[in-house]
Ligand binder design. Sequence first.
Ligand SMILES: [Zn+2]
Length: 352
Amino acid sequence: MIDGGEAVRKLALNIARFTGLAPLAKPFVGGIGAVLMLHRVTATPEKPDGVNRHLNIAPRFLDALVADMKSRGYAFVTLDEAIERIKAGGKDGQFATITADDAYRDNMTEALPVLEKHDAPITIYVAPGLIDGSADLWWDVVEDIVNARERLTLATPKGPVTIDCSTHGKKLHANARLHAYLTLEVREEDQRAVLRDLAHSNGIDLDGLRPSTLMTWDDIRAVAGHRLVTIGAHTVNHRNLKRLDEADARHEIVDVRRQLQAQLGEDPRHLAYPYGYASAVGCREVGFARDAGYASAVTTRHGVLHAEHAGFLHALPRISINGRYQSVAHIRTMLSGVTTPLANAGKMVVTI
Ligand SMILES: [Zn+2]
């Protein structure tokens, strides 16, 4: 899950401004390829007007996008092949590899048929805690809690706080406030307990709300055997690694390999950092991923790939294909590379 917030909104404006410039800029800023990032792909989202709707795209948009990229010469390759192509400096032409975070069931039921049509491989990053139910899709849970009540009482160390959720506008504000509280004020390790306590103390049955939006282990085993699917690691519990001490952060990155190996019989070679933005992954975490023996690791930093990324295979940027930009023209602009320095203070080769 990722929401870059302000940076994403600014990028949206810049895309509109720079769309016409993209073809001209390509020789100067264009990369050798791109890692595309998906979350949900469904024509029938459960909450089409919800605060997390940007995490979803429609299957027909994915279809149109892959068709457009193929018509412009992009080769859709596995992540393993993408890594080889980066190491080779991109001499075999423009390439793209598709990734999806969190293992949403619609990746299997709605995205995969589209990818089969185009023979386009996908890497799905799995966090075992989310699949076992020992970790929550907390952003989804927050939305459900806020939707369920007109008023919430949040127990904080400074005493109870009342949060008004009585109108659409108040609910947006309540979501933003709870996001900030859970990601900035509460310890990462306590986030789940705090969220469960918030639900319980406000009379909300979380197990009743538990979404069936993620794949089960049986689903994951089934897709893992598909010729187009690679399973990658998304850490054990989907925590913000930068907020953990070294032992816990290393555990999240290392133990997920053992757990996926136990469930699937195969050692994952690739990692996606949870959240993936600057306040969730830095030099320390990149070092941990390298130490753990992964062939690659991806962030959610915005950018196309350059030959120089051969030296930064554990800090690869991606192009987010999300509900905010369901326009092939906008993605073309992003793939041209023109938005890469715009979103990264002038940097062309984005790492962390
Ligand atoms: Zn995620």
